[in-house]
Ligand binder design. Sequence first.
Ligand SMILES: CC(C)(COP(=O)(O)OP(=O)(O)OC[C@H]1O[C@@H](n2cnc3c(N)ncnc32)[C@H](O)[C@@H]1OP(=O)(O)O)[C@@H](O)C(=O)NCCC(=O)NCCS
Length: 173
Amino acid sequence: MTEAAQYSVIEVLPDGRRIEIRALSPSDRGEFAEAVGRSSAESLRRRFFAPRHSFTEREIAFFVDVDFVDHVALVAVTEQGGRPVIVGAGRYIVVGPEQAEVAFTVADQCQGQGVGGALMRHVTAIAREAGIKELIAEVLPENTPMLAVFKKSGLRMTTKKERGVVHVTLHLI
Ligand SMILES: CC(C)(COP(=O)(O)OP(=O)(O)OC[C@H]1O[C@@H](n2cnc3c(N)ncnc32)[C@H](O)[C@@H]1OP(=O)(O)O)[C@@H](O)C(=O)NCCC(=O)NCCS
């Protein structure tokens, strides 16, 4: 078990609310599937570049059964009505030597409140600790919030637009 698999920190959002950023656990599977079901069509299109409404068991297993080495996933958890609720997820998948692809999703009603930025900081910290030198992402050009999170990360960023997709590279060194 790697250290990343035990990851847990408390973050304070700009509005003062506290969220926990922690490692995704296999027991989050049910809530993960529910969160996908609650996502707006637009959020799912921005994340998966195609209309999605549900995922197969196999796809859910891919997202949830992560090894915290080649595939690291964190969730953002807030308290709603006295119980913890997952409001966002950020992950990286190693795709080459010292290179990993990142992706983020924040629940629609929680977007624009700093959750994505918080997930980005912690995903980056784990990647850096693991020796990753470059984070890459494919983003739709109109996805201003995702591009803003990357710009605000403070990492050196290069972009290339190709066939309607922005290829982002963030340099960790
Ligand atoms: C992209 C996403 C993960 C960002 O998460 P978030 O929690 O909304 O992001 P944050 O609140 O941390 O930061 C958003 C930043 O984007 C900017 N932003 C947000 N909405 C914006 C808009 N409509 N226009 C311009 N900038 C915007 C703000 O500058 C904000 O920074 P701030 O801290 O100065 O306010 C989230 O919006 C999401 O889940 N979108 C749908 C799925 C998706 O697109 N995933 C990415 C696939 S590559």
